[in-house]
Design a protein around this ligand. Structure first.
Ligand SMILES: Cc1ncc(COP(=O)(O)O)c(C=O)c1O
Length: 455
C-alpha cells in the first residue's frame, strides 16, 4: 500500500488494501486501516463486533458496535441444533461447575486434562470411528495445530482455495510450498499431486479441504479425494467444523453422508457451531500422529486446555446429537433451511450451494452488501455480512445461519426483509441521490466526503 493514498471511502476497499502497511513505524502505520475502519463505523457500514444481550435464540437482542440496541429475528448465530438453550446442556453446566469449578487449570499436558476431557476424546473417536483424538482449546487451534504439527518446510500443502483462515494460517506457518486448487476440483488435485510427485518423492504432501464450506455451503467428493491422496501418497485433512453434528446420519456430517466414516486420514473440527461450546479436535487412526501433534502442534500444548465446563457441555451435546432427539433436531433444521431457500427462490433469489445450516445469499459488490447489512439492522433482521477476506473481493454476500428452533414464522418474517434490503442497497449504490432518509445515510454522505458511492 502506498503511503500517500487516502483510502477512506466506507463503501470501497477491503482489508486487502491495508494488509501490507508502508513504513518503519509498526504502530503508526496501522492508522490507514483505522481511518478506513472508522469511516465505515461512522457511516453505519461496519456491522461487526456487536454484542448479544441475550442467548443466541431465533429472537434475540443485539447491541450494535455504535451503541444502538435492536430486538430482532436472529439468523446470525452458529447454534445449528439450538443446543445452547437445551435443558440437558444447562444441567451439564451446573453439574460440571459443582464438580470442577470454572477452571482452565493448565495445558492439556500439564494438569489441564480432566476426566471429562478424556471421556470427550473417546466420544469423538467413537462417533468418527477414528480412535485417536486430541483436543484443542479452539477449532482454530485444531486446524492450525494439525498442520504445523505435521508439515515441515520441505513438505507440500495442496489446499482448496476457499479453505478456512485457520488452515491457511497453519499452511503458511508450516511451509512455503503451498498450492491452492480450484474450489472442490478433484481433477485439479490429481494433476497437482502428479506434478509434485514427478519431482519430489521424498517429502510429504498434505491435501486440505472442508466437509462443508462455511461461505458457499458446498462439499467435495470425499471418497474420490481420499482415493487420489492414497494414489500419490498424500495425507488428507478434512475440516468438519460446520457439518459435524448438524447434518448426516447420527450427525456424522458429510463424511458420514458419503460413506467415509473411519476412512479419512485426518479429521479436524470445532465445537462452536453445533456443540454449544468453544473448542476443537483432531482425530487420527494413528497413536503416533496423536502424540506427535500433541508435542509439535502448538495450541494443544502451549495454550491452556478446554475447560471442564466446555468438555461437559460438548459431551452432553454429543449424546444429544447421536440420539433420536438429535435426528429430530436435524430434521427440524433441514425443514427450516429448505423453507428459507424456497422462500428466497420465490422472491427471485437463488441461494448458493446446497441445503445446509449455512444459507449464503449472493449480493456481489461490497458496497451493496455493506449497505444491505446496515439496512438489515434497521429492519431488525440479523444476518451476517460476509466480505473479503472471508470470500473473494466482488463476491460479498449475506450469510444466513439457521437453527433447528427457527420456524416458518421466523423465515417468513426475515426473507422478504433481506430481499428488500439487498434490492434497496443495490438501487442506492446506483442512484446515489435516492433520498432515503435513514440516519446512517446522512452520516455516510458526510463521511464519504463527496467520494462516489459506486465503483
Ligand atoms: C471451517 C472452519 N474451521 C475452523 C473454524 C475455527 O473454529 P472456532 O471458531 O471454533 O475456533 C471455523 C470457525 O470459524 C470454521 O468455519
Amino acid at each position: 500500500m502506498k503511503k500517500e493514498r487516502k483510502l477512506t471511502n466506507p463503501l470501497r476497499y477491503s482489508i486487502a488494501n491495508f494488509a501490507r502497511p508502508y513504513g518503519d513505524d509498526l504502530l503508526g502505520r496501522t492508522e490507514a486501516y483505522y481511518n478506513w475502519q472508522q469511516s465505515r463505523h461512522r457511516a453505519g457500514l461496519f456491522p461487526y463486533s456487536h454484542a448479544l444481550d441475550r442467548a443466541p435464540a431465533p429472537r434475540t437482542r443485539i447491541t450494535h458496535a455504535d451503541g444502538r440496541t435492536f430486538d430482532g429475528v436472529n439468523f446470525a448465530s452458529q447454534d445449528y441444533l439450538s443446543l445452547t438453550s437445551h435443558p440437558a446442556i444447562h444441567e451439564a453446566v451446573r453439574e460440571t461447575l459443582r464438580e470442577f469449578g470454572p477452571h482452565s487449570a493448565g495445558a492439556a499436558v500439564l494438569n489441564g486434562n480432566t476426566r471429562l476431557s478424556l471421556e470427550l476424546e473417546r466420544a469423538i473417536g467413537e462417533m468418527l470411528q477414528t480412535e485417536h483424538v486430541l483436543l484443542f482449546p479452539t477449532g482454530w487451534g485444531a486446524g492450525y495445530g494439525a498442520i504445523v504439527g505435521l508439515v515441515r518446510e520441505d513438505d507440500h500443502i495442496v489446499m482448496d482455495e476457499l479453505a478456512h483462515a485457520c488452515l491457511q494460517s497453519g499452511a503458511r506457518a508450516a511451509t512455503k510450498n503451498i498450492i491452492h486448487f480450484k474450489h472442490l476440483d478433484n481433477d485439479a488435485v490429481a494433476a497437482t499431486l502428479a506434478d509434485i510427485r514427478s519431482r519430489d518423492i521424498t517429502n510429504g504432501i498434505m491435501v486440505i479441504t472442508e466437509g462443508l464450506f462455511s461461505m458457499d455451503s458446498d462439499s467435495p467428493d470425499l471418497p474420490r479425494l481420499q482415493e487420489i491422496c492414497r494414489q500419490y501418497k498424500a495425507t488428507l485433512l478434512v475440516d468438519v467444523a460446520h457439518d459435524l453434528g448438524a447434518v448426516g446420519e447420527g450427525g456424522t456430517g458429510h463424511i458420514g453422508r458419503q460413506g467415509m466414516i473411519g476412512k479419512i486420514d485426518l479429521v479436524m473440527g470445532s465445537f462452536s457451531k453445533t456443540f454449544a461450546s468453544n473448542g476443537g479436535f483432531l482425530a487420527t487412526h494413528s497413536p503416533a500422529v496423536r502424540q506427535f501433534v500433541k508435542c509439535y502442534g502448538g495450541p494443544h500444548t502451549f495454550s491452556n486446555a478446554l475447560s471442564p465446563l466446555q468438555a461437559g457441555v460438548v459431551l452432553t451435546a454429543i449424546r444429544i446429537v447421536r440420539s433420536p432427539e438429535g435426528g429430530r433436531l436435524r430434521a427440524d433444521l433441514l425443514a427450516a433451511v429448505n423453507s428459507l431457500r424456497d422462500e428466497f427462490l420465490a422472491h427471485g433469489i437463488t441461494c448458493m450451494g446446497s441445503p445446509s445450516p449455512i444459507v449464503p445469499v449472493p449480493v456481489g459488490s461490497e458496497a451493496a452488501a455493506r449497505i444491505a447489512a446496515a439496512l438489515l439492522f434497521e429492519e431488525k433482521v440479523f444476518a451476517n455480512l460476509v466480505e473479503f477476506p472471508a470470500v473473494r473481493v466482488g463476491t460479498a454476500r449475506i450469510r444466513v445461519q439457521v437453527m433447528s428452533s427457527h420456524t416458518e414464522e421466523h423465515v417468513s418474517e426475515a426473507v422478504p426483509v433481506i430481499v428488500r434490503c439487498i434490492q434497496r442497497a443495490k438501487d442506492l449504490v446506483v442512484e446515489q441521490d435516492s433520498g432515503l432518509s435513514l440516519p446512517w445515510l446522512n452520516q455516510l454522505a458526510a463521511t464519504a466526503q463527496g467520494q462516489h458511492l459506486a465503483g
